[in-house]
Design a protein around this ligand. Structure first.
Ligand code: UD1
Ligand code: CA
Length: 471
């Protein structure tokens, strides 16, 4: 019979070696605080409750990490991982007797839900099953705890790198900092541990070792992918874990039919979905909750955050899209900027040096060059010429602009909002439009051109003498 599973995430430590004013577990890897990846894995593993132990910067951590399902436990003084786990005892009392605590580290963000499940299964193995812990064989075990085993394969004890002899440091099997431990018994072992070690801390690893010495079977689960064991104690390790989170996702996308020409120069954050037959060129960043359809082409330097892009869209180089929705068959860029609230309907076209904000561009509409479209609704098939600006801000408030289907807005038109241009209407190039334009009308809002015959030479002469005087 399996025991109820309670996830306990250790996240109270200072993380001194990050040399940061930000609590360590809030440092971002692949676009999210490390702690969030760990909590997500616990959720996906179907743990009944998730307790997160916070201490250093507790307030900041609680503000930053969302989730009504999280139970926060305060470890006021950070006296080590064993002391941290001991803090949950009063919080799990109701379930004591048969709970399995899945103890995770907030700074080991590559772990998967699958591994959490396996840890639980390993702890329950056979009649003698008591607890389990994840280990990995690393080529460079560096500062991680070394795991000594018994002849029967179970845990003997764990020795922290800082307390290890040169002989023990040669061991490549390390403690990943992930355990399945039974409550309430683990608390008895935690009461017995001492601070007689190099760091003067209460080590959880000692409690687990003491349980093994007392005859409890601690099963070792060797991680098939040793990367999962990587913890973050400094910025170099953070960058490594960041890259691995991204790479794991890129591998999965390629497996599912996405072309990624240069994975080493591409960022696709783990929560981003991409449809098959989409081609991603180097230097592309797809961030947050972005969704890309199938058969799209994302050219070099495209940067998209929290966007939804339908099938068959082309994003030309160096375009920046933030919280925008792009329908099928659109073409955006190069050098376009779509800001939050932008919605492009089917086959719309936004060209170079065009900024769009909180606006809808209708199907087959075009804004090709050097324009600003803000707080506007542009109808189907409308065409906005080079340099068109929706003057949406009067210094105090934002106003909206409506442009009807099939309208033609001449180059360099200033549309002073609030203003409406009717269906099929046109504006003359260089117009300043302050009044509504009826459907089908041509609006001319500029001074009439005068040609002064023969005067060009005189003007040039006057300019010349002015320059001599000044010179
Ligand atoms: C710990 C393990 C080590 C293992 C490594 C895996 C111990 C003594 N050592 O070492 O064997 O190889 O993790 O990454 O457990 N924390 C608290 N309260 C504290 C201290 C720490 O909540 O008082 C939290 C930290 O925020 C962190 C986690 O526990 O998320 C691990 O602590 P850390 O100090 O990073 O331990 P390591 O030295 O990495
Ligand atoms: Ca650590």
């Amino acid at each position: 019979m399996s025991r109820p599973r309670i996830a306990v995430v250790l996240a109270a430590g200072k993380g001194t070696r990050m040399r940061s004013s930000l609590p360590k577990v809030l440092h971002q890897a692949a676009g999210r605080p490390m702690l969030e990846w760990v909590i997500d894995a616990a959720r996906a593993a179907g743990c009944e409750r998730t307790l997160v132990i916070v201490g250093h910067g507790a307030e900041t951590v609680r503000e930053e990490i969302r989730g009504d399902d999280i139970q926060w436990v305060l470890q006021e003084e950070q006296r080590g991982t064993g002391h941290a786990l001991a803090q949950v005892e009063p919080h799990v009392q109701g379930t004591l007797g048969d709970a399995l605590l899945l103890v995770l580290s907030g700074d080991v963000p590559l772990l998967t839900a699958d591994t959490i499940g396996r840890l639980a299964v390993a702890a329950d193995r056979g009649d003698t099953g008591w607890g389990s812990m994840a280990v990995a064989e690393l080529d460079e075990p560096a500062g991680l705890g070394r795991v000594l085993t018994r002849p029967d394969g179970g845990l003997d004890r764990i020795v922290e790198a800082r307390d290890a002899s040169p002989e023990i440091l040669k061991i490549r099997r390390i403690n990943a900092g992930l355990y399945a431990l039974p409550a309430p018994e683990i608390f008895d072992f935690l009461r017995g541990i001492k601070t007689n070690n190099a760091q003067g801390e209460l080590y959880l690893t000692d409690a687990v070792g003491d349980a093994a010495s007392a005859g409890r079977r601690v099963e070792l689960l060797t991680l098939e992918n040793p990367d999962e064991a990587l913890g973050v104690n400094n910025r170099a390790e953070l960058s490594k874990v960041h890259r691995l989170l991204i790479e794991r996702h890129l591998d999965g996308l390629m497996e599912s039919g996405v072309t990624i020409l240069e994975p080493g120069r591409t960022i696709v954050e783990p929560r981003v979905a991409v449809g098959p037959d989409t081609v991603i060129h180097p230097g592309v960043s797809l961030l947050g909750l972005t969704r890309i359809g199938s058969g799209c082409t994302l050219h070099q330097g495209a940067w998209l955050r929290d966007c939804t892009v339908d099938d068959g869209v082309t994003i030309e180089p160096y375009s920046v899209l933030d919280a925008a929705r792009v329908a099928a068959g659109c073409r955006v860029g190069p050098f376009a900027r779509l800001r939050p609230g932008t919605r492009l309907m089917e086959r719309a076209r936004v060209g170079n040096f065009v900024e769009v904000k909180a606006s809808e561009l209708g199907p087959d509409s075009k804004v090709g060059h050097l324009a600003y479209v803000g707080d506007a609704k542009v109808g189907e098939g409308a065409n906005l010429g080079a340099g068109v600006v929706t003057c949406n801000y009067d210094g105090q408030r934002k106003h909206s602009t409506a442009i009807g289907a099939g309208a033609f807005i001449g180059s360099d038109t200033m549309l002073v909002a609030p203003v409406n241009v009717g269906e099929g209407a046109s504006t003359a190039a260089g117009s300043v439009i302050t009044k509504d334009v009826p459907p089908g009308a041509l609006a001319v809002g500029r001074t009439r051109q005068k040609n002064l015959e023969g005067r060009a030479g005189g003007l040039r002469a006057r300019r010349g003498s002015a320059e001599t005087k000044e010179g």
